[in-house]
Design a protein around this ligand. Structure first.
Ligand SMILES: [Fe+2]
Ligand SMILES: [Fe+2]
Length: 244
């Protein structure tokens, strides 16, 4: 259900959201604003669940680009390995490596220890991660073999399963589950996330994956990840991040 802008204006304004964003979309996008500033070195404090929500927003943008490109395949357009190389770079080295490890190594164990995540639910989320990894390999095979149907099938399955997974995490964990957990418990998670990023992001840090996501979206003509964030005169985004 899409809600009128007036119903959440007060919520949206402090985060600098533009007025064409619905409440449904607002939480991950709000979180993405701070994540983006940190990607540019702003050192703005962000709670760990907000950091993960922001990453979900970035991942959703890439899912949208993958779906758009796979629709072109279905319409008879040629397989473009360069597009899929970027997509695999993002979902393999960011979604699977950085984001997944934050959850599996840091968030899930903490939630289980605090009694906020049942072992069975945790296992389901880990199973999703593993299945998504396997689908990424299938996609790699399809691109390598030049088989557009294999690419199309693996992308359709990947994006469908990932969207359900993201919704499960957002609905069951990140938003309601952690909102009332105090800083004394959450701050160590943030420290763990920062250590893990230092080990896994590689050269270019967050900006590298941001740029990959943007170029994928630009390539297929869909909204950029920062669409919906109000432009900030002092954002310091420079040449790397022009708001379109
Ligand atoms: Fe996950
Ligand atoms: Fe996640």
């Amino acid at each position: 259900m899409r809600l009128a802008i007036d119903s959440y204006r007060a919520l949206a304004e402090p985060a600098g959201l533009s007025e064409d964003v619905t409440l449904h979309e607002a939480a991950p996008l709000r979180a993405f604003g701070a994540w983006l500033e940190n990607a540019r070195g702003a050192a703005r404090p962000q709670r760990p669940e907000q950091e993960l929500l922001a990453e979900h927003h970035l991942m959703q943008a890439v899912l949208g680009a993958m779906e758009e490109e796979s629709r072109r395949l279905l319409g008879g357009q040629p397989l473009r390995p360069e597009f899929w190389r970027g997509a695999v770079e993002f979902i393999g080295n960011f979604s699977h490596r950085v984001h997944r490890l934050k959850e599996e190594q840091i968030l899930f164990p903490a939630l289980e220890a605090w009694g906020l995540l049942e072992a069975e639910a945790c296992e389901r989320l880990r199973d999703d991660h593993e299945a998504l990894k396997d689908l990424t390999w299938l996609l790699c095979d399809g691109v390598h073999d030049g088989e557009w149907e294999k690419v199309f099938r693996s992308v359709a399955t990947y994006t469908g399963r990932m969207r359900v997974h993201l919704e499960a995490e957002e609905g069951g964990l990140l938003a309601p589950g952690l909102a009332n957990v105090g800083a004394e418990r959450m701050d160590p998670l943030s420290d763990g996330f920062a250590r893990l990023e230092a080990e896994t992001l590689g050269a270019g840090g967050r900006l590298r994956f941001l740029e990959i996501s943007r170029s994928l979206c630009l390539d297929v003509g869909i909204a950029l990840p920062e669409a919906g964030l109000a432009p900030r005169a002092s954002s310091g985004l420079g040449n790397t991040l022009r708001v379109h």
